[in-house]
Ligand binder design. Sequence first.
Ligand code: NCD
Length: 313
Amino acid sequence: MSLPYPHRHLLAIEGLEPPYIAGLLDLAESYALLNRSGKTQRDLLRGRTLINLFFEDSTRTRTSFELAGKRLGADVINMSVATSSVSKGETLLDTAATLNAMNCDLLVVRHGQSGAPALLAQKVSAAVINAGDGTHEHPTQALLDALTIRRRKGRLEGLTVAICGDILHSRVARSNIHLLTAMNARVRVVGPPTLIPAEAARLGVEVFHDMRSGLRDADVVMMLRLQRERMAAGLVPSSREFFRFWGLDAEKLAAAKPDAIVMHPGPMNRGVEIDSAIADDPARSVIGEQVEMGVAVRMAVLDVLSRQLLRNA
Ligand code: NCD
């Protein structure tokens, strides 16, 4: 299948044109069907090397890139930073030189600093995929969220999506806002004023500080983790109080449409931003499907970027 994806890397959703977003989602959908049928396609990335370079912890993102790479036949190497020479003081650019010398084709990077994957992309010969950089973007998460929504609701356009909780520190929220507004969904952000970025209005979203009004008639309710590790002290009250005002439970969810779906990128803080009874309710929660679609989306991204490598060779 030929896909008109014009870029060498996938660093952000911001600026990615709607036809390319739709094309990636269509390709990911075909990988989702292939994965469900149990077939693999090991020829596409045979002989290619994919390196997962993670400077921050991850469970699902790293594993799902690993699985996606292996299903397409790549040699996959996981470089975890605690055991790499970065902990011995090597700079990001020294690391880039090492990766170049190893002829890495596809480089998946997660880093605590916004912009680190873009910096690496200027220095390595590999195609770079941003797997989350600081509070900036997490493009494959937004694509897998969009694919999950599209499968459940049949479209993105015209849907009302409420993204709730710690928007300020969330690269997931930022990528989702760019993707969903580009695809003409109506996006609301819902949370305490201390956790909503000042730039929210400029991003074309509606801001709510109250869950019941923010969730009213929503088609999709996307909960985010409270990212205490990125917070200066004092931004939120105790976890119990946060749950009382901002945590999703049956009563708050009742404001959304009766068939609204509930999403969470993981990892979840049960009892802080989401009640277990909702997270585990198969009638509402699509959290498991998000993880499944993560593999399909990453296969689609590796697919288009490897074809670009061929074109640039
Ligand atoms: C997110 C991340 O790391 O940005 N997790 C993920 O990739 N599924 C969200 C989070 O850490 O809360």
